[in-house]
Ligand binder design. Sequence first.
Ligand SMILES: C[S@@+](CC[C@H](N)C(=O)[O-])C[C@H]1O[C@@H](n2cnc3c(N)ncnc32)[C@H](O)[C@@H]1O
Length: 239
Amino acid sequence: MKDPSLRRSATLFRAFLREQQEPERCYTLLARDAADQVEAYVPVKGRVVVDIGGGGGYFTEEFRRRGAQSFLFEPDPAELGAKPPQGSVVADGYLLPLADAVADVTFSSNVLEHVDDPQTFLSEMVRVTRPGGLIYVSFTNWLSPWGGHEWAPWHYLGAERARARHERRTGRPAKHTLGENLFAHHVGSTLRQVRARDDVDVVSARSRYWPFLAGAVTKVPGVREFATWNLLLILRRCP
Ligand SMILES: C[S@@+](CC[C@H](N)C(=O)[O-])C[C@H]1O[C@@H](n2cnc3c(N)ncnc32)[C@H](O)[C@@H]1O
């Protein structure tokens, strides 16, 4: 898959639509795609790659398949599932049990919207990345059509209402609650905060999945909050 291309976006979108029925296929594809995105900047073979909030470990496994020494840090044992990658660590991204500057690449996919304080989370990613190392961060922003996760797109009418509607329709409690395990982060404010940091350079800021105008869409205030869908930041730790 080439990033960006229409075929790639369509393949990912189709897999995402069948995520519930075929999670294995969906996350394997997504992991391959994300690893390609990382390798557009740095080959991972022989490098130390730290995957933070990596769930069941699809990304960690993909980095290992490509020859990286990859390690998964995931705070929720339920997310790790029955067969996490060997050596996975139950740990919170705010406080990683790692020394400073040990990683060539730190990686977090779709985690930032689940943490209350993204800048502290990012600081911890920066701390464990070696100077010159790469930081991959992507998240679904609140005003994205998928911002409300399982209760999207009804979050546009308010989180409480959307959550209640989801529960009424499915008869099951929703997985996410705004302010508890899902947080309303925005493209504009995140970009401003990251650009103001003196410990990272922003190498790329773009929509993770769009086939065209992926970078341009993040530059237009207002529009970017709806059209980006998922913001991908590639950062380099300053020497
Ligand atoms: C939507 S899942 C994403 C899983 C995987 N990274 C992916 O892209 O498919 C969000 C993950 O973030 C994790 N998470 C939530 N808060 C976290 C924190 N403070 N530190 C690290 N991970 C966290 C959750 O446990 C969950 O595994």
